[in-house]
Design a protein around this ligand. Sequence first.
Ligand SMILES: NC(=O)c1ccc[n+]([C@@H]2O[C@H](COP(=O)([O-])OP(=O)(O)OC[C@H]3O[C@@H](n4cnc5c(N)ncnc54)[C@H](OP(=O)(O)O)[C@@H]3O)[C@@H](O)[C@H]2O)c1
Length: 215
Amino acid sequence: MKIAIIGGTGREGAGLGIRWALAGHDIIIGSRDPERAKAKAAELRERTGKIPIVGETNREAAELGGIIVLAVPWTGLVETLPALRPACRGKIVVSTVVPLTFGGPRLFTPPPAGSAAEEAQVLLGDEARVIAAFHHLAAHELAEPDSEIDCDLLFCGDDAESKLAVVELGASLGLRSIDAGPLSNAGAIEGITALLATINRRYKRKNAGIKITGM
Ligand SMILES: NC(=O)c1ccc[n+]([C@@H]2O[C@H](COP(=O)([O-])OP(=O)(O)OC[C@H]3O[C@@H](n4cnc5c(N)ncnc54)[C@H](OP(=O)(O)O)[C@@H]3O)[C@@H](O)[C@H]2O)c1
């Protein structure tokens, strides 16, 4: 697959990019700054030994990608997505975005749309096929591709074909995928990240994850 990672210069996007490149996918790192994107792409090529990793502006990345992965902070969605709307038309858009606010009374702070993924759907319009996924994979784990990630991939969305693509992306990371229903469940999935972060803090861990039993 040809995967554009919007905000791919960051920790989560770069970690996903490393793992997917090693699994044989083509990666386009997106950034607000093309030079930063190209520098990160060069760094990831060096790390993985994989050639098909390039860096572009977020808009060019979205135009080039077959699948578009959103990996910017949720506060950046409003300024980032309107310009990507034409490029995302008809494409699968995977939101990894978790609306967290650090230092306030409430860590999980979903927007009025209900979740970051639903906000992305509003900003991109109905023709973008938005799926919420990959929220429970910590960036530092993704960045160590020799170690197995011990959790399930929970995802949700309203488009069956897009869900199949996400299952394939999950399999590329060695994950079992669990279809958690429509996009209206995205808030519940995103909220689990806040729980995992809290559990990690409380137990002085880094790798709390989630698995569904009884399947
Ligand atoms: N870190 C994790 O372990 C983790 C785990 C699960 C999910 N997530 C989710 O993944 C997303 C990315 O997380 P991260 O830790 O990689 O974040 P990050 O490093 O803070 O940001 C990722 C990239 O987004 C771009 N960016 C920053 N602020 C922006 C803004 N206001 N508008 C547009 N672009 C902006 C930056 O790229 P440029 O400056 O190059 O444009 C940055 O490199 C978040 O939504 C987070 O909730 C993260």
